[in-house]
Structure formats: C-alpha cells, structure tokens
Design a protein around this ligand. Structure first.
Ligand SMILES: *[C@@H]1O[C@H](CO)[C@@H](O)[C@H](O)[C@H]1NC(C)=O
Length: 362
C-alpha cells in the first residue's frame, strides 16, 4: 500500500491480493469448512451446486427444554394417538426389533473391535466393495476384527423382494443386522441408536466399536495399533469437531430452529464418517439418550449425549489420521492414516489390492 499526497492508492497486485483475502475470509465465515464435513461428498456438491455451500450445518440443543422431551416421550409410550416429533427430531427411543440378526457373532468370534457400517438395504454393491477390501481384514496384530452392516427396513413396492435378497445375502455372509425402522436419511439417528443397542445386547464383550461410513477407506492395522494404546473406558475418538457452528439458515440441510436448539455451537462431537467408542460407552449413551431430545443429526446428537454424560470425546493422537476431505490414493499416504473419505469414482477394491501388495510403502 502506498500513500501519495495524502491519497490512498493500491497497485493492481495489491488490489487482487486484498480481494483474495476478503474472499477467503467471507467464504470461511459463511461455510465454516469443518462444519460441512460430515455429509460432504462430491456428487452431492455437484448436484446441489456451490450455492449450497453457504447453507451447511448448524445446530445446538435447548437444554432447558429437556424436561419437555421426557414428558413427550412418556406420553408417546402410553397414549395411543401418534404424534410426529416434527421435522428435526426422530422417533426414538423406541424398542426396535431385529429382523435380521447375528446374535452369536460376537460370542463366537470374540472380537477386539467391531466395525459397523450403516448402509441402505438396497446398497449391496457398497457392501461387496467393503467385503472385498478393508472388510476382509479379520485378524490384525493378533486382534480379531469383526465386520457388520446395519440396515433399516426398505419401503416401497419392492420391499418384500429386497428383504428376500437380504436374507439370502445374510445366509452367504453372516454380516447383516437389520432393525425394524424405516431406513432413510432422516432416520440416521435411529440407526445410530439401534447400533448402540445392538452392541450393548450382543457384543458387550468387545473392547471397541467403530462406526464407519460405506464410502470410506479404513487402514485396519493403524486402527488396531491406535486402539491397543487407547483407554478402555469413556473413550470416543475420530475427527472431533470443536465448537461446530450453528447455522440458522432454513434451507440448510442441517437446519435446526432456535426454539429447538438455542446454543450457537455444538458440544464437541466426532464426525459421523468414522468414530470409535469403547464398549462401556454404549450403555451410557443409551441411558443418556433418554434425556436428550433425539435430534436427527446423528453425530451431533451423540455429542449432545456425551455432554450429558460429562465425557468429552478424545482428539486422535495425530491430526493426520482421520480425513473428511478425500485423500488422493498413494501407498505412502494411505499407510499413515486411519480413515479417509474416498471419491466416488475411485476403484476401492483396486486400491485395496495395491495397498496390500508387499513392498515398502514410502
Ligand atoms: C423413521 O423411522 C420411524 C420408525 O420406523 C418411522 O415411523 C418414521 O416414519 C421414519 N421417518 C421417516 C422420515 O421416514
């Protein structure tokens, strides 16, 4: 910047730089990049155009109203007429039942860590990719790793047909769990709570569970080494979001109205793409969920339950271990991480084969 005769002038480069800085600040202010992480993917981004970047995610809960939740929940359990919890809450707690189950899996395999992948009933392709890639790691560092897919119910005309196919798939692979709730995006919180209920009922002898999305790459050996050094209780880790901003933009995919949620920021929570729990937490979180309104944003909801318990999630021991923005594949890069989102066009089975071939990583 130069000051000539008391006047203020900028060179073209300085102007450009200034605009760039203002642009970056504005963009960051509007989007809060880390906040758009949990459901971020390229396909969605392209489908919704960049404008949606400005309407990402924002929530927090109104704690003073928790007692009302309890009242409503009790009412729902005793009174006959169905009352919808509205667009931002889900129908939980309920006792969901399992229409497909692996009751004995954990008793028989005695896993150290259980990987649970929520996936839509129809999405067999994703399940097969995982079975043929990181899901095939069954024994790592002398520790048993179990893999399960968690589904809800398919709705629509072909629901029965889909269910028959699932039964067949389950006979083949013995890795499906299906709860009797409607499987849809808005019901992810139910899916998560059903996962915790399942772990609590059928797998409480495992040391850890990891919830991981179906479009992720998981470096299982690195996961197991992390867990061998981790605390065995009150432990939740992953990509921990601190002070996640609350957006009040009604068109946002993550909008939650002020009367439901009054805080400006979430309590710390692990992003839903892949988080790890010590098994003692499943029971505690289920208990906490009775006192916290069942918000439809599943990972933030677990953060709220953790706050209720007074247990903060733990940051992973390195910033480079969990990635929400896809890391470009290279043997070297992937050998250092635990989990990353992948791009849709990446052939994950090929990547896995390449990754597992012998030889130096870097
Ligand atoms: C979520 O699941 C519950 C239980 O099955 C169901 O009543 C509700 O309609 C589902 N929500 C949506 C948006 O489909």
């Amino acid at each position: 910047m130069k000051i000539n005769d008391g006047r203020f002038s900028l060179s073209r480069n300085q102007c450009f730089f200034l605009f760039l800085v203002i642009g970056v600040v504005f963009f960051y202010y509007c989007t809060n990049i880390r906040n758009m992480a949990p459901d971020w993917n390229f396909k969605w981004l392209i489908q919704n155009n960049l404008t949606k970047l400005f309407t990402f995610r924002n929530v927090s809960l109104d704690w003073n109203r928790n007692w009302q939740t309890l009242e409503t929940q009790t009412a729902q359990q005793t009174a006959a007429p169905y009352v919808s919890p509205g667009p931002y809450l889900v129908e939980y707690p309920y006792e969901y039942h399992f229409t497909i189950n692996q009751e004995l899996k954990c008793k028989q395999e005695n896993p150290f860590v259980v990987l649970i992948v929520p996936v839509a009933p129809r999405n067999r392709a994703h399940r097969d990719v995982i079975r043929n890639s990181w899901g095939s790691e069954k024994l790592v560092n002398n520790q048993v790793v179990a893999l399960l897919f968690l589904l809800g119910m398919q709705t629509g005309d072909d629901a029965e047909q889909v269910h028959q196919q699932l039964l067949q798939e389950s006979n083949e692979h013995h890795d499906l769990i299906q709860g009797d709730f409607v499987d849809c995006y808005k019901n992810l919180t139910i899916k998560t709570m059903v996962m915790l209920e399942w772990l609590n009922s059928y797998c409480s002898s495992a040391a850890y569970a990891m919830k991981i999305d179906s479009d992720m790459f998981l470096n299982v050996p690195n996961l197991v080494s992390l867990l061998l050094k981790a605390p065995r209780t009150n432990y939740m880790t992953g990509l921990v979001e601190h002070r996640g901003q609350v957006s009040r933009v009604p068109t946002s995919r993550f909008y939650v109205p002020v009367d439901l949620v009054s805080d400006d920021v979430y309590p710390p929570y692990a992003l839903g793409l892949g988080y790890i729990l010590s098994l003692d937490l499943t029971k505690k979180l289920i208990e906490a969920s009775r006192h916290v309104k069942a918000l439809y944003i599943e990972d933030a909801y677990l953060g709220l339950c953790m706050r209720h318990l007074g247990i903060p999630p733990t940051d992973p021991p390195g910033w480079n271990l969990f990635h929400v923005f896809p890391i470009k594949y290279s043997r070297c890069e992937y050998s250092k991480i635990i989990a990353t989102t992948t791009l849709q066009q990446m052939d994950r089975v090929w990547i896995w084969r390449d990754f597992k071939r012998p030889g130096r990583y870097c």
